[in-house]
Design a protein around this ligand. Structure first.
Ligand code: 6PG
Length: 249
């Protein structure tokens, strides 16, 4: 698998470069296809990038009118909760950018019945995205983070969602965090046109080393190692601390 890796200085160079790449990709996709669909990453890393995107496009809010925003995963909290991935992106970017409500496809993970919400969200994605590959909607861009344990979205080590092959979105019990999540699955993520990992911080360095270097025989792959584009492209954006243990590539 051709792995595209970009290593950037930590801080503003990392944030500005990725923000500019996302803006450029959206402009190009909207110009070519009249619209764009993006699945946003949660966690802490993307916040500054989302803020930068909003700042950089404050004079061009029309750009977002043709973009459908999805979430790769969501915590089981209401949208106003400080842990909400929806709130993270809304406060940093989508709210100030005036993205129309009908373009914000929120995972309603606060619902008590996550199975039904997963089915509803799967249908919402299918309605919003006509393009299919092997029966799965084709997102234009999926942004992903990586946890210290090698998880991505809410696809955590040892959880049942890792094995899902016939759904785009599922509920996932995460015993190691004593919680449930909603998450996009590998079949959906892997059929995106572009898959961009955004990973920063020295706490990720050991995992990045293991992932980028050939996996030792017999070791259990980390969840993010199951992200493999079916027909699209994958790019890893790392800051230098996260890439500190990656030898010359
Ligand atoms: C979440 C994210 C998760 C995140 C990683 C990295 O809901 O937590 O979707 O997959 O991207 O845990 O998080 P940080 O960016 O905070 O390190």
């Amino acid at each position: 698998m051709q792995r595209q890796l970009t290593i950037l200085p930590a801080g503003l160079p990392f944030v500005h470069t990725i923000a500019d790449k996302i803006i450029g990709f959206v402009r190009q996709t909207v110009a070519q296809h009249g619209g764009c669909s993006i699945a946003l990453a949660g966690g802490n890393t993307p916040r500054a990038i989302y803020q930068r995107i909003e700042q950089q496009t404050s004079q061009d809010r029309d750009l977002w009118q043709a973009v459908d925003f999805f979430w790769g995963d969501e915590r089981t909290v209401p949208p106003e909760h400080c842990d909400s991935n929806y709130r993270l992106a809304f406060d940093a970017w989508l709210g100030p950018a005036g993205v129309p409500a009908n373009r914000l496809h929120r995972m309603r993970a606060e619902q008590p019945d996550l199975v039904t919400e997963a089915q509803r969200y799967e249908q919402e994605i299918a309605r919003a995205i006509p393009r299919r590959l092997d029966g799965f909607p084709v997102l234009d861009l999926v942004l992903l983070g990586m946890g210290d344990d090698g998880h991505t979205a809410s696809l955590f080590p040892g959880t049942t969602a890792l094995c899902v092959t016939d759904h785009s979105v599922v509920e996932n019990q995460v015993p190691q965090m004593k919680t449930w999540r909603l998450t996009m699955t590998f079949p959906l993520i892997n059929r995106a046109g572009q898959i961009w990992f955004i990973v920063a911080g020295e706490s990720k360095a050991e995992r990045i080393r293991e992932i980028v270097s050939p996996t030792a025989a017999g070791s259990v792959p980390y969840p993010c190692q199951f992200v493999e584009p079916v027909a699209g492209e994958m790019h890893w954006f790392l800051d230098q601390p996260a890439a500190a243990l990656v030898g010359h590539l």
